[in-house]
Design a protein around this ligand. Structure first.
Ligand SMILES: C[S@@+](CC[C@H](N)C(=O)[O-])C[C@H]1O[C@@H](n2cnc3c(N)ncnc32)[C@H](O)[C@@H]1O
Length: 211
């Protein structure tokens, strides 16, 4: 099957504005360009950018519609996933993208500047060193939940302003039971196959941990 292009994003999110559609379209040129210089997405995956990276990141937007001025930390964002697709989707929400590898943050900044994203700040810093507070922490494929949770549990604001309590929204593949049991957390697991019909999502989940 041919790898889907930006149309897969337009199809699952039919109410995007013209400027959002343009921004998503621009990602299709920017990521192959930057990825050839600084590896942020596995090279075999770059042809499936929209399905495996952009749409996957937007699984979070199917689960929750953040209210304006929500503050979100993306831990271990790499080249900007899930933070950049979410920042395009939620232009009135503030995103802080961090990664411990500086050259990945360079790619995030270059992409954000090129598409005119104003609602993100990207910093080369380890998650453990971030000293601000947020409504939600988002992340994809960084480390096991048992290790991840201690990095971020003190960074969540007590006061909720969204439809669900503040917490962690973690995109994960594979069998999660062992990991969730190990972390001993009150995690909810939401299969992304409930939102997206492509085979890729059969094994993909969104883990929500209210804090
Ligand atoms: C497998 S990559 C995933 C990148 C991105 N989230 C994605 O899904 O494409 C994991 C990333 O987490 C970053 N990372 C690992 N530990 C970190 C920490 N303690 N603080 C910040 N970033 C970290 C790594 O530098 C790497 O870029």
């Amino acid at each position: 099957m041919l790898n889907p292009g930006v149309d897969v994003i337009y199809r699952y999110f039919p109410t995007l504005s013209d400027s959002q559609r343009t921004q998503f379209l621009q990602l299709g040129e920017l990521y192959p360009f930057w990825n050839a210089q600084i590896n942020v997405v596995s090279r075999k995956d770059i042809d499936s950018l929209y399905l495996r990276h952009v749409l996957h990141s937007l699984g979070i937007a199917k689960f929750i519609g953040f209210v304006p001025n929500t503050r979100i930390l993306d831990v271990g964002t790499g080249g900007g996933f899930p933070g950049i697709p979410l920042a395009i989707f939620f232009p009135e929400v503030h995103f802080h993208l961090v990664d411990s590898i500086g050259k990945k943050i360079k790619v995030v900044r270059e992409v954000a500047t090129a598409i005119g994203l104003k609602n993100i700040k990207a910093d080369h810093i380890r998650a453990e060193q971030v000293d601000r507070n947020y409504d939600f922490v988002v992340s994809r494929a960084v480390t096991r939940l048992a290790d991840f949770y201690p990095w971020v549990r003190n960074k969540l604001l007590k006061k909720d302003q969204n439809a669900i309590p503040n917490g962690i929204l973690y995109l994960k593949g594979g069998d999660l039971r062992e990991e969730i049991n190990e972390a001993r957390l009150p995690a909810e697991v939401h299969p992304l196959s409930a939102y997206f019909e492509e085979d890729f999502f059969e094994t993909k989940h969104l883990v929500y941990i209210p804090v």
